[in-house]
Design a protein around this ligand. Structure first.
Ligand code: UDX
Ligand code: ADP
Length: 448
């Protein structure tokens, strides 16, 4: 069997590497129009940072895993085609700020229709709005090739930073297809067969295409809702003297609630949560479900509120003026163990602090200096260590929960700072009482 995946990003790259690792008899090609990205996949410096990925790529590359810009050739040769291109939120026109930009997906569908003459299974892997399969089908029909292709949905549930273990031991694999026709049933079986090489059959769920598409949006909406719920409670904790970690621990012991995804923070980021909720909101409005749309919109509003609330706390604690003050930001990625900055809370917080006149210096173990400047301001200084960032600063903000920030020598950092020295732990990974003993004015999220 030959698989071709269009799109060599955070989803396509790791997913295909795992299939290649687990299925040596399948030839897997990952194609992308972006030459630089493909060159990086073929080099010792992969274009994305993901723990454990490098080893797998090095083990399978040029054996049964290939990275190429020859998009058409590999599409033509493949039995199974995954579409794994970006679906950013539209920034213009109808649905701007909410609907997904499907131009890349449509482009792939057109290319498949143009170059393929034999039957193929086409799988949407990108996060797409519900009924995208219909769009793809329409394109195929337009080329009078509608009957050649079976369209399936196989949403990705991997989380960045833990992508490899998520792919290796998924809670479930979801495959949506048309089980009412023989061809549809056969296509479903084929894709189930690929995953069944390492995922137990009972963990592979098959549904109709729309359930599968919607489940992806709903899973992310529920996860984001938990973060916004605990973040909303963090404001109540700060006002009342309760401790948000204690509250999270207490409620998480209820097996109906469960302990995961209850970590209060400066707000969720990443390429999926906000985009998927906006998609859900757009879908609800499309169906005239205004109250349902409003319900989910609140999850995003609380996330924005939380970022603003944090920034206000920083400004207030620094005597309402940041003019000429040096503020060290530790962590810029949207979470630890990734170099991805999409929708990271740090972007918004830095921009607001710059507007207040602060001099920002950022340190992140993985994010590129140019990227940090591009997302904030050319004036932002990028340091090559935490100690370098913090020296001479009035305040330290911990915005990503990188493990190395837990083990810093905070006494030495304190010595190097302007007094009174402030520290704001946006991830609740530090011991505030210890920091106060050192001499810091220490603040956390949801801590009195
Ligand atoms: C998410 C989903 O988890 C994954 O299943 C889906 O396929 C893609 O979207 P990802 O965006 O990579 O994955 O990261 P995730 O671990 O879900 O975290 C998202 C954001 O929420 C991060 O900014 C994280 O720091 C934040 N978060 C998460 C919290 O603030 N508190 C928590 O308790 C959990
Ligand atoms: P994700 O996080 O969903 O994987 P990325 O934006 O990281 O998304 O990756 C999507 C990739 O898809 C990009 O590298 C982009 O160049 C590629 N891409 C978009 N459209 C096409 C296309 N028509 N043919 C090939 N590659 C494409």
């Amino acid at each position: 069997m030959k698989i071709c995946c269009i799109g060599a990003g955070y989803v396509g790259g790791p997913t295909m590497a795992m299939i290649a690792k687990k299925c040596h008899d399948i030839e897997v090609a990952v194609v992308d129009l972006n030459e630089e990205r493909i060159a990086a996949w073929n080099s010792p410096n992969l274009p994305i940072y993901e723990p454990g990925l490098q080893e797998i790529v090095e083990e399978r590359r040029d054996k049964n895993l290939f990275f190429s810009t020859e998009v058409k050739k590999y599409i033509k040769d493949a039995d199974v085609i995954f579409i794994s291109v970006g679906t950013p939120t539209k920034s213009y026109g109808i649905g701007a700020g909410q609907a997904a930009e499907l131009g890349y997906v449509e482009g792939c569908a057109r290319m498949i229709a143009e170059v393929c003459d034999g039957p193929k299974i086409v799988i949407e892997k990108s996060t797409v709005p519900v009924r995208t399969a219909e769009v793809i089908q329409n394109v195929f029909d337009g080329y009078e090739k509608g009957d050649l292709f079976e369209i399936l949905s196989n949403p990705e549930f991997l989380a960045e930073g833990t992508a490899i273990s998520d792919l290796e031991n998924p809670d479930r694999v979801l495959i949506g297809g048309d089980s009412t026709t023989e061809a549809g049933k056969k296509a479903l079986e084929t894709v189930v067969g690929i995953y069944n090489n390492w995922v137990p059959r009972e963990n592979i769920i098959t549904t109709n295409v729309w359930s599968s598409e919607l489940s992806k949006l709903v899973a992310n909406a529920f996860l984001a809702q938990r973060v916004s719920s605990i973040n909303a409670i963090s404001a109540v904790c700060e006002a009342s003297g309760a401790d948000v970690d204690e509250v999270a621990n207490a409620i998480g012991k209820d097996s109906r609630i469960g302990p995961k995804f209850l970590k209060s923070s400066v707000g969720f980021g990443g390429s999926c949560f906000q985009k998927d909720i906006l998609n859900l909101v757009y879908l609800c409005e499309h169906f005239g479900l205004a109250d349902v749309a409003e319900y989910w919109r609140q999850v995003i509003k609380i996330n924005e509120y939380q970022r603003k609330r944090f920034t206000r706390k920083v400004i207030h604690s620094l005597y309402n003026t940041l003019q000429g003050k040096r503020i060290a930001v530790l962590g810029f990625a949207f979470k630890k163990d990734t170099d991805d900055t999409r929708e990271s809370a740090a972007i918004y917080i830095c921009r607001d602090l710059i507007e207040e006149g602060a001099d920002i210096v950022v340190y992140d173990p993985q994010v590129d200096a140019e990227e940090i400047k591009g997302l904030t301001s050319e004036k932002v200084e990028v340091a090559s260590s935490a100690a370098e960032a913090v020296a001479g600063a009035h305040a330290v903000l911990v915005l990503t929960e990188w493990d190395e920030f837990k083990d810093l020598d905070y006494s030495a950092l304190y010595e190097s700072m302007v007094k009174p020295a402030h520290i704001f732990d946006g991830r609740n990974i530090l011991d505030l009482a210890e920091l106060e003993k050192i001499g810091f004015n220490a603040f956390g999220i949801g801590k009195a």
